[in-house]
Each structure stands twice: as structure tokens, then as C-alpha cells.
Ligand binder design. Sequence first.
Ligand code: AMP
Length: 191
Amino acid sequence: MRLILLGPPGAGKGTQATRLVTKHSIVQLSTGDMFRAAISNQTGVGKEVKSIIDRGDLVPDSLTVRLISERMDEDDCENGFILDGFPRTIAQADALAGLLAGKGLKLDAVVELKVNEKILLGRIEKRAAETEGGPRSDDNAEALKKRLDVYREQTAPLVSYYDEKGTLCTVDGMADIDDVAKQIDEALAGV
Ligand code: AMP
């Protein structure tokens, strides 16, 4: 199974991805995690992206697409994967379509976690206050607000992009975790 999880920061993508990984024996491909690993390992990519990520901007598409393409070729992706945090722009979505076609793979579904922006902002501000000084250097209030703006401007258009392709399932991301999980399972049962 190959899925995309779509939703703004704080929508609970990571939590649902972790569960889906176990349920479907697939791997989670999080571009954010890959970048954070590159930063902590001080690789060339890490040095290139650190300041971009810290301020909540997007890493250039070319770099992101290359990274994800190489990752998809690894053996553990054979049974499928869940894309968490990719694609984030229409250009990345087009690139993904090309990548998958080139690798002879099919996307099964795009799951959108739909959230109320006002409530979400409260949630992420709380998370910023709780995690300030924690492992994520972009979890401060300013970078989180920026990430939310970037989502609205650059990533939210992917909802209609995938809706037009007929691969979109929308679930209520404001429900409690178990209920969101149930909605996702029901949506995926039909694909
Ligand atoms: P995330 O963990 O998904 O919230 O990603 C953290 C940060 O990594 C984002 O704010 C971006 O700076 C960068 N990033 C992650 N995924 C992408 C992507 N698909 N395209 C561009 N930048 C990304």
C-alpha cells in the first residue's frame, strides 16, 4: 500500500503514520525526519537545509524530490510506504507522479486530516511552549506560525489537486486519536 498523509503541522500526521506502519507493514517516509537526521549527522544536505528549516520555510523541491526518490528505492519500501510531509507543493506532487510512474508504482490513496485552523493554532502554540528548547529547533511559536502559513499557501492546494484525481479521502482530524484512526481505516478499506 502506498499512501500520502496530508495535513498541516500539528494535525496528528505523525501519530497516525506510526499506527498505519504497524497495521499495514509499510514504512513511514517523513522528509522532515530525513532532514533532521541529515542535520544531526552534519551531512552536506544537513548544512544546506538547517537555516531553512529553522525558520519554517520549505527546502527547495529539487533537493527534497531527490532525497525521497533515493529513499523509495531502498529494500524496506518494497511492501509500500506512507509519505508524511511530502509532497508539500504542486511541483512536488507532479514530480512524485513522475517518480512513481518511472518506478512502476501506484499511489493507493491520499488521506487528508482536515482541521479547524483556529483550534490548531492554539494546539501548536501550546506545543511550542511545551517543547521550546526541545529536540526540534523549528518548534518555536514563530517558526510554527510560519509553517502554518506555508501550509496554507503552498500545500493546501494539494487537496483539490488529489480530489480531482479521485485519490483523496478526507477525515476529521479534530476528532480524538482513536476516532481519526477508525475513520482512516474505513476510508482505506475502500481503496
Ligand atoms: P515536518 O517534520 O514534516 O514538519 O518538516 C519539518 C521541516 O522540514 C519543514 O518545515 C520544512 O522546512 C522541511 N520539509 C519537510 N518536508 C519537506 C518537503 N516535502 N518540502 C520542503 N521542505 C520540507
